[in-house]
Each structure stands twice: as C-alpha cells, then as structure tokens.
Ligand binder design. Structure first.
Ligand code: SAM
Length: 215
C-alpha cells in the first residue's frame, strides 16, 4: 500500500516535470487506481509514465497523454463530454473524477463489457455505448467537449456536428504510424484548429475512421 502511494507520488512528480501543473488533473491521476485498469502481468508498471497493453491488442494511454488531452479540453464540473474509445476505462475515470458528465463509446464488445464492469465497481457514474464512435452518439448530442483516444486519418465531420457551439474537441490525426494532436474549437463563425505534439495511438476504426479490415 505504502509502495503504491510512493509510486503514485513519483508519477505525479514525473508529470509535473513534463509541464502538467494543473492540480485538479494531478489529483485525479493520483486518485484513480491505474493498476486496476491494467492486465495482471503488467501491473507492476502501472505507475510508470508509459502506455501499456490491455485486452484485444489495444492499449491504455500513457498518463502524460491522458493529462495532456484532458488539459487541452479544460474540463470543468458538469461538462458534457463524449469520449470515443473507452478502452480500459482509465480516461473515463479521470473525466468522472473531474466532475464531467461522461458519454463513452467503445467498438470492441469485450472491452465495452470489462470497462463498464470495472468503472461501475469503482463507483463511477457514466454513460457507455457499444458502437462506432466516429458516428458519435447522436441521441445525446451536443457535447461541450469531445475526446478521441484513437488515431484518425482525418477529423470525422460527424463529431464536429455533434460538438456544441464554443465546444472543444481533441483528436489525434495522421498516418497509422504517428499522429499529431488537433485541438478544435467550434465558434459561430468558424471551426478553429491548433496542432500540437506528435503521439502514437492505436487506429480509430469506423465509418469516418480507418477501414475495418485493419483489426
Ligand atoms: N481511453 C482509453 C484508455 O484510457 O484506456 C484508451 C484506449 S485505446 C488507446 C483506444 C480505444 O479506441 C481502443 O479500445 C479501440 O478499440 C477504440 N476504438 C477504435 N476505434 C473506435 C471507434 N470507431 N469507436 C469506438 N472505439 C474505437
């Protein structure tokens, strides 16, 4: 237990060193038990600042990436947030810790089931759907914020449509090998884009993403 707390503190220090100084986000990362979102074999690495394998050849994102994308969205309590790519459920938990009203979508049934069960067992309240997140979640739109946690070949127009006016979206866009993070703000006049760091994500597969034959 003591060891786990030390490992958590060390991760927080690493993130501070990389420029994450938002105390709300650092507290959320401290509070979410990342080891529970990781397969047994990799649990000893839970508080390393690395992406790790999860079921179905997918990954749990690196804590720095989670922090960076969460910061980009300036998540506030009560924000209605659509997350595309539930994966392990870790990013969902971080958004819930920040008081967001989270709508998360996963395309792989096994991950949908396991993350739903885990997040519920940890007491988080959220909405989850099984399906192609490139199509968003239309019945519940619009969203104040949208976070896409898989790499897209281009920005899905449907997600822009489902973003509320003055809403923000963060999404990795690029090739299958690497992507740049796009921060998007929708204003009444136009859609603004800022391009940030390069990252490596698993592919966003779907109607407005990469082709299904990939995985
Ligand atoms: N947020 C996750 C976490 O904290 O573990 C990261 C998940 S992983 C990097 C990306 C996830 O996106 C994978 O679980 C993958 O199956 C999912 N995914 C890919 N394309 C998708 C789509 N069109 N709709 C929903 N989920 C998708």
């Amino acid at each position: 237990m003591l060891l786990l707390q030390e490992e958590k503190k060390s991760l927080i220090n690493t993130l501070r060193g990389k420029g994450i100084i938002d105390e709300r986000i650092l507290n959320a990362i401290y509070n979410v038990p990342r080891e529970k979102f990781i397969p047994e074999a990799f649990r000893k690495y839970a508080y390393d600042d690395n992406a790790l394998p999860i079921e179905c050849q997918q990954t749990i994102s690196q804590p720095f990436t989670v922090a960076y994308m969460t910061l980009a969205l300036n998540i506030q309590p009560g924000d209605k947030v659509l997350e595309v790519g539930t994966g392990s459920g870790y990013q969902t938990a971080i958004l819930c810790e920040l008081g967001a009203d989270v709508y998360t979508i996963e395309r792989i049934e096994q991950l949908y089931n396991s993350s739903k069960e885990l997040l519920e067992s940890l007491g988080y309240r959220f909405h989850i759907n099984l399906g192609d997140g490139t199509m968003g979640w239309e019945e519940c739109a619009p969203y104040n914020k949208i976070i896409v946690t898989a790499g897209a070949p281009s920005i899905p127009p449907t997600l822009i449509d489902q973003l509320d006016m003055n809403g923000k979206m963060t999404i990795p866009v690029g090739s299958l090998e690497f992507q740049k993070l796009y921060d998007i703000t929708k204003t009444p006049e136009k859609v603004e884009y800022k391009v940030h760091e390069a990252f490596k994500f698993v592919p966003l597969i779907g109607q407005e993403g990469w082709n299904k034959s990939l995985r």
